[in-house]
Design a protein around this ligand. Structure first.
Ligand SMILES: *[C@@H]1O[C@H](CO)[C@@H](O)[C@H](O)[C@H]1NC(C)=O
Length: 276
């Protein structure tokens, strides 16, 4: 099977002319000393987007969020649109549960991405032309050179109905779940003995983008089901709700009052992360 590794950062770069602003590659702690990452800490977040905006999320430049009874409406009409929202705060291990209906359409990708400042990543992705599967993926330190981390999981009518998609991430396992059923686990041992296991504080990013645009690389468009037919637009994803729990340096919900995460050195290892 053909697995196309797409990191969210690479993705937004490829997807949009607005991109520089959208992805604004931040200070990478592998190469320099960076400001601390604000932590969600013990304050859990439950965003019900059917009621409107949620203060935990910020719309990135170029995105004008809309909300209706289905939740946050991520609509693509034209090639260079890539509506994106991200949390300002970070989790360092934790769990997210999101209820969404992915956007239909060839070449249209709906995504939920956990991403750290040094580009570790844990993803859910839906390709609009595939109305029978969701995809899981992960990245370590932005390395997209191999094709062996993505996986496909059956799900009924993901572009026409809502499902609950979960990522639980601890120091011992990443567990991807659909409607409460585990469909994939990843342990450090399965990720080069832990070396390429996602292990640094992550923001949560929600985004819909065009992988089948005229400027898209052929492999990217192929992965996404082909080049997009914009006469069939608009393509709409609905993000209904999301709950976010920060495990705050532990492997389970924690009541400790963590305010921020700091990279103690340039190793990018979980052991180097300090919680304050
Ligand atoms: C990226 O991953 C590949 C495969 O594991 C590895 O051979 C390569 O050295 C990595 N690149 C970097 C820059 O770490």
């Amino acid at each position: 099977m053909f697995f196309k590794p797409i990191s969210a950062a690479a993705v937004a770069l490829a997807a949009s002319g607005l991109v520089a602003a959208q992805t604004s590659i931040k200070c990478n702690p592998l190469y320099m000393t960076c400001p601390a990452d604000p932590a969600f800490g013990s304050e859990g977040v439950n965003c019900d987007f059917t009621k409107g905006a949620c203060s935990a999320f910020q719309a990135l430049e170029g995105t004008t969020p809309e909300y209706n009874g289905n939740g946050a409406v991520f609509e693509i009409q034209r090639e260079f649109e890539a509506p994106t929202m991200a949390t300002a705060k970070y989790i360092f291990f934790g769990r997210i549960d999101i209820v969404l209906q992915a956007a239909p359409g060839r070449g249209i990708v709906t995504s939920v991405v956990l991403q750290s400042d040094d580009l570790d990543e844990i993803d859910w992705e839906w390709v609009g032309s595939d109305n029978a599967q969701a995809q899981s993926n992960y990245f370590s330190k932005g390395n997209t050179s191999t094709y062996d981390r993505g996986a496909y999981h059956p799900v009924g009518n993901p572009t026409g109905s809502f499902h609950t998609y979960t990522i639980e991430w601890t120091s011992k396992v990443v567990n991807w779940m659909i409607d409460g059923n585990s469909v994939r686990t990843l342990t450090p041992e399965q990720a080069n003995g832990g070396a390429t296991y996602p292990q640094t504080p992550m923001q949560i990013k929600l985004g819909t983008w065009v992988a089948g645009g005229t400027a898209s690389a052929p492999g990217t468009a192929q992965w996404a089901g082909g080049y997009t037919d914009f006469t069939a637009a608009p393509f709409i994803a609905y993000y209904k709700s999301i709950s976010i729990v920060d495990y705050a340096s532990s492997d389970a919900p924690s009541s400790s009052g963590v305010d921020e995460y700091v990279y103690g050195d340039r190793s990018g290892s979980s052991q180097s992360i300090q919680s304050h």
